[in-house]
Design a protein around this ligand. Structure first.
Ligand SMILES: C[S@@+](CC[C@H](N)C(=O)[O-])C[C@H]1O[C@@H](n2cnc3c(N)ncnc32)[C@H](O)[C@@H]1O
Length: 209
């Protein structure tokens, strides 16, 4: 599609969401985008409030450090991060789906939303964020990716992080989503919530020294 037409469609959608918020129920939007791209979205519905809160509780961030969220969807985790005290201007979210990215921009006007591919993250984020993220949260299903793709993703994530930064990966599988040793990660912990369907797991890693 021509960039001009694409931009026009994005703006029209953003305007429609702004004028008629009912059009933009996050659950409905998430489900629609799942039907359009099941292998990319990989979840029928957004994370529950409880799961978002559990993820937010695992975030570490010192003053001036950023939190980066990859695969923000319709903002279920973004909302929890802000409620937990992460300032909007220290939060950067990345989403590959144009309609979801437009929705995020309307829902969180003070948050930097990047419509882009998490696998090319280092090229997509502004230079002032490189090496400044205290925590990176990954909502993309990574467990089933080949090791080369996992390595590519982790290399990009690592370039964003402060030394000793934290990587949080969440998903439905009850086993570690990343092979820590092969990716030079240190597994720090796991938590789960029953207040999500299916059960929501939160895996926490640090980059091994
Ligand atoms: C399982 S959903 C999680 C959505 C949201 N974080 C939540 O918990 O409700 C995964 C999200 O990652 C996005 N995604 C998938 N691959 C991506 C990629 N390569 N780069 C950026 N976002 C991606 C999908 O479009 C989808 O919104």
């Amino acid at each position: 599609m021509e960039p001009r037409i694409r931009k026009f469609r994005s703006r029209t959608r953003a305007l429609a969401y702004g004028v008629m918020p009912a059009l933009a129920s996050p659950v409905w939007l998430h489900f629609r985008r799942f039907l359009a791209h099941p292998f990319r979205v990989k979840a029928f519905f957004p994370a529950s409030k409880a799961w978002g809160e559990l993820i937010a509780s695992r975030v570490t961030r010192r003053d001036g450090e950023f939190v980066v969220e990859l695969g923000a969807g319709t903002g279920a985790v973004t909302r929890a991060l802000m409620a937990s005290g992460v300032p909007a201007h220290q939060l950067l979210v990345v989403e590959i789906d144009r309609e979801m990215a437009d929705f995020l921009r309307v829902s969180f006007p003070a948050v930097r939303v990047i419509e882009g591919d998490a696998f090319a993250i280092a090229d997509a984020v502004p230079a002032n964020i490189i090496g400044k993220a205290g925590t990176v949260i990954c909502g993309i299903a990574v467990a089933t990716l080949p090791i080369e793709k996992q390595r590519e993703l982790i290399a990009g994530i690592q370039s964003l992080m402060v030394k000793g930064g934290r990587l949080i990966v969440f998903g439905f599988l009850p086993f570690p989503p990343l092979p820590a040793e092969q990716l030079a990660l240190k597994r720090v912990g796991v938590a789960l919530t029953l207040r999500n369907f299916p059960i929501g797991f939160v895996w926490t890693y640090e980059i091994a020294e």
